[in-house]
Design a protein around this ligand. Sequence first.
Ligand SMILES: Cc1cc2nc3c(=O)[nH]c(=O)nc-3n(C[C@H](O)[C@H](O)[C@H](O)COP(=O)(O)O)c2cc1C
Length: 270
Amino acid sequence: MDLGVELAPRHGRGLRLRNPVMTAAGTFGYGTEPAELLDIQRLGAIVCKGTTIEPRDGNPQPRLVETAAGLLNSVGLQNIGIRTLIEEKAPVWAKWQVPVVVNIAGDNAHQYAELASMLEGVAGVSAIEVNISCPNVSDIAHIARAVAQAGADAVSLINTLRGMAIDKERRRPILGNIVGGLSGPAIKPVALYAVYRVAQAVSIPVIGCGGIVSASDALEFIMAGASAVQVGTASFTDPHVLLEVVEGIERFMEREGVERLTDLIGIARR
Ligand SMILES: Cc1cc2nc3c(=O)[nH]c(=O)nc-3n(C[C@H](O)[C@H](O)[C@H](O)COP(=O)(O)O)c2cc1C
């Protein structure tokens, strides 16, 4: 059985993953801390915390609230900054087999360009994921097409959806930042539909993310058109979920007699 997927077919070097299961930005740190808890080399790829040019402290506490079917966060891109990432994290990643994707965030196009050029050629950095998610301002398929036309090798979706929670006793919003991003099972149907639509709109690989907690969820995204999936909130609470998703996909393929994972990508659309 072949679980491998190619995420950058248009790129000279490509980005081949041994399986389609990735971590999601901001939920797995820099991969170095969870590396002590599980065999991260068995993952498809690791996406690190969103990184900015200068280090950031993030938003005021509290930053996390549990909801009925997910998590609200307003971490606000707390991170070590790109220079420390290059000096301290990339040399560790360079020794790993599993590819590491660096998620970058800027305040303007100039900062994104600066971040990308600083990462160019850095050993241990296999790809860059550009965080341009903005809350439902326009049609997601339209944005994805623009991203593909601009030269992206792949597109990941979705990020969190905006939400809030109120403390009745204090009669105030719970999050220090008032508004936060909702993730976890609550957003899965929204994410699945976004992947289904975008996979039809673009010809580059789509990476699906949003509420995946099991292999069953991951397979739905793959059948909707995702070439790979990211597991965020579920692995934030228990990193072992990531390997359970890999093993569950393997079991499904074995049971159904599927030789190549690529045979399942977008099958629900055909
Ligand atoms: C605590 C937390 C921090 C996150 N930080 C980032 C980030 O730095 N950059 C980014 O692009 N997405 C970030 N995200 C969004 C996730 O990568 C993912 O897109 C989203 O949580 C949906 O997936 P999930 O439901 O599996 O968590 C963050 C999510 C959470 C829960």
